[in-house]
Design a protein around this ligand. Structure first.
Ligand code: NAD
Length: 319
């Protein structure tokens, strides 16, 4: 098997690669050629979380698992709190084929999913991008969104305002004017990306204008929430995978209070393969509930492995 360490990923997988790989994966899921196994997520105590996201893609010839979690004590040890590694196996034999560092890949595949939703569901004339959140993932999200629409301005809100200048620097790099705003000013946005670890809704229905596309990317666990449930219920809801959306995604709250019918949630893959038209009117609010599926991780890890083989990079070991 090939070991591809975290340090090599940036030179092997680009945001464009991640976009193409995740798009192909969502389409394979919609065609029934790929499916995710149930997510395992366990609290280890002292704030530590650990879990597994896995799946099989028959058309892409991919089988594997991302193992990882959140270890709040790591920062004091000089390593990052989020840790993850992707393991790939030969779907015909079960033999391990690769072990790949999963940190940057997670950010790339998550930003790609959000960008695919903006590409397919946001109005073509979207000009103002709203960012809710300014942590590690937010910069990747901003860069990916800027690739799919001609934004002219970025407005941003974060619970911790001291984190916003770092996001502003990325907007400046992209040549986009950046303004920190109160949540009420999100009515000016055509597209809003939410990427926080919030346990309660920040973004309310009153903060949104008709015709907005929301990419809700932060809620990936039971109990997290970024957006008011009534706003989710009033939107046309799309997701990476319905089973995750209703259990660990942003839609969990609206489904739990019965204001949203799980059967009305559309997999984004259905839009990609032409089974669903996506946005129907300019005034419709579309919402992508990006929960993060294991198959996304396998797809980008497979790109890293292919490139590493082509360039004779990584370390080969017998297991
Ligand atoms: P981070 O720790 O770097 O940043 C956390 C962000 O949440 C910051 O903007 C912070 O100000 C904000 N925040 C913290 N507590 C808050 C609260 N009580 N109310 C509102 N905002 C609050 O984290 P990150 O790596 O940027 O990840 C952000 C979120 O995205 C996390 O919830 C993470 O689990 C999730 N995530 C989702 C996917 C996916 O596929 N959907 C992938 C990776 C990360």
């Amino acid at each position: 098997m090939l070991i591809v360490p975290e340090a090599l990923i940036a030179s092997l997988v680009s945001p464009e690669d991640a976009f193409a790989a995740v798009e192909a994966t969502f389409a394979a899921m919609a065609r029934g050629e790929a499916y995710n196994f149930p997510v395992v997520r366990e609290a280890l105590g002292e704030g530590r979380q650990y879990g597994f996201k896995s799946g099989l893609d028959r058309s892409g010839h991919m089988l594997g698992v991302k193992a990882g979690g959140y270890f709040p004590g790591n920062a004091a040890k000089g390593i990052i709190n989020h840790q993850s590694t992707v393991f790939l196996f030969d779907p015909d034999t079960g033999r391990p084929t690769a072990m790949v560092g999963g940190g940057l890949l997670t950010a790339l595949r998550t930003a790609a999913a959000s960008a695919i939703s903006i590409d397919r569901l946001a109005r073509q004339d979207a000009r103002v991008l709203g960012m809710v959140g300014a942590g590690h993932q937010a910069g990747f999200q901003l860069r990916a969104a800027a690739r799919v629409r001609r934004f002219e301005k970025v407005i941003a809100w974060n619970l911790h305002p001291d984190m916003l200048p770092k996001l502003g620097a990325i907007a400046a790099e992209l040549g986009l004017p950046f303004e920190a705003v109160p949540l009420e000013r999100m009515v000016e946005a055509d597209v809003i990306v939410t990427i926080t670890s919030s346990p309660a809704a920040s973004l309310m229905a009153a903060h949104i204008s008709p015709g907005t596309h929301l990419a809700c990317m932060g809620t990936d666990t039971k109990g997290k929430q970024e957006v008011e449930a009534t706003l989710v219920a009033a939107a046309s809801v799309f997701t990476d995978e319905v089973a995750q959306s209703v259990s660990i995604g942003e839609a969990q709250h609206a489904v739990a209070d019965a204001s949203l019918d799980a059967a009305s949630i559309t997999p984004l893959g259905d839009v990609l393969i032409g089974r669903h038209p996506g946005r129907r009117t300019a005034s419709e609010i579309t919402l992508f509930d990006g929960t993060g599926v294991g198959l996304q991780d396998l797809a980008v890890a497979a790109v890293a492995v292919q490139r590493a083989h082509e360039r004779s990079l990584g370390t080969r070991v017998e297991v």
